[in-house]
Design a protein around this ligand. Sequence first.
Ligand SMILES: Nc1nc2c(ncn2[C@@H]2O[C@H](COP(=O)(O)OP(=O)(O)OP(=O)(O)O)[C@@H](O)[C@H]2O)c(=O)[nH]1
Ligand SMILES: [Mg+2]
Length: 463
Amino acid sequence: MTENNDTICAIATAPGVGGIAVIRISGPKAIEITGSIWKGKKLAEAATHTAHLGNIIDRETNEVLDQGIATVFRAPASFTGEDTVELSVHGSQWIQAQTINLLIRNGCRLAQAGEFTRRAFASGKMDLTEAEAVADVIAATSRASHRVAMSQMRGQFSQRLSTLRTQMLELASLLELELDFSEEDVEFADRKRLLDIANDTLSEVTRLAESFATGDAIRRGVPVAIIGRPNVGKSSILNQLLNDSRAIVSDIPGTTRDTIEDTTDIGGTVFRFIDTAGLRTTSDPVENLGIQRAWEKIADARIILWVITPDELSETASFLPALTTHKHPDAKIIPVINKTDLYPSHTATGIPDITAHPNVSSPLGISAKTGQGLQELRQSLIAASGTDTTTGDIIITNARHYEALTAAADSLRRAISGLTTTLAADLIAQDIRETIHHLSSITGAITTPDILSTIFSRFCIGK
Ligand SMILES: Nc1nc2c(ncn2[C@@H]2O[C@H](COP(=O)(O)OP(=O)(O)OP(=O)(O)O)[C@@H](O)[C@H]2O)c(=O)[nH]1
Ligand SMILES: [Mg+2]
């Protein structure tokens, strides 16, 4: 916890010139210090959540710097939980800088990055996950990343964690009871019930941990590798999807050597497209490096656009085994048959043995030249992205949460295997305590929960 005896200030709006800039002041002397550079209604007498028109003045020179609005929030009813003033001034950089100077001269300290939110956490306004989500909300660049961050900021993840933690505390208290009375003739909670609770919790913890793959894709862009033989039109498809002449296109096979990456928003999800060197056997060492890199990108991608031309359909089935062994097991393959404009009689069906494979969708005929089929391709990408944020399922996006959940799942698995064997209750209790510790570390709650008091609150000892 930080020492919050000092009062901090910072410009809260984006750097640069704007119509209006907001300067935030928070801490025990926020109202007093702002009052000392303010001419208008006495801020010391202002009620909480009220806004006042006035002038910012330098009392040493009596010069009026600007006319602005001061909004007063009194502790604890503010974002930080402390007394806070938000000064709206005209957005000139001179005014912003001078206002900050005046505040510092009168006793404020310049806030560190994230310090307002850190204070909100310290004063119990929010837990760690909610505080972290504030940053994610600000950083969100797509509907999907915004939605996930908002859900976390509004405490949905915290609530779920708190439920899981309560289940674990119940488990721990049942086990402790077994320990405390092991010398006496008392009826133990049967281990079947303990196992049920543990398994329920484990499946939820595992689901949350697994959602990180999706959450990370949402935050950084769903990686899509565009792959195939040379000259099939991979770079042309990249350019179409980006609406930009990002990659060089030519009729010389082997044009793309290095990988080319760029992101774009499709239907509220950010995709990160990776154009790669055409896959073929070649003696050119530079091209070979590019091909090696293409295989690496295949391994990292969540979606693989496998570009084929109608004249090479018969060869495709033989390539599939190599592709499926290199890709991530969950990655989806969309076979894209390009240059259909050159083969008007062609139909996208007719590739044998492809869709029988798991995670391979049915082939899509397109023309990167005419744009035909591009809209369907975008729809397929959205469907394959697995980033549906409308289901209300909690999706985690934070690596710290992922690590803690994974650690919680590990210790819980140990507890479960202990419960299924005849392991002593105190050893199992240790694994449960570890699980609770990892879950609590996510929200930043006190990590040494008082298990005994939980026992007494749930069971009457005299009964
Ligand atoms: N007719 C037609 N030509 C296309 C289509 N898509 C691409 N081309 C042409 O095919 C040639 C190769 O296109 P690229 O996009 O460079 O192909 P690539 O797969 O990136 O090739 P490499 O980088 O060499 O592996 C170019 O001349 C394109 O103009 C299409 O849908 N129809
Ligand atoms: Mg290319």
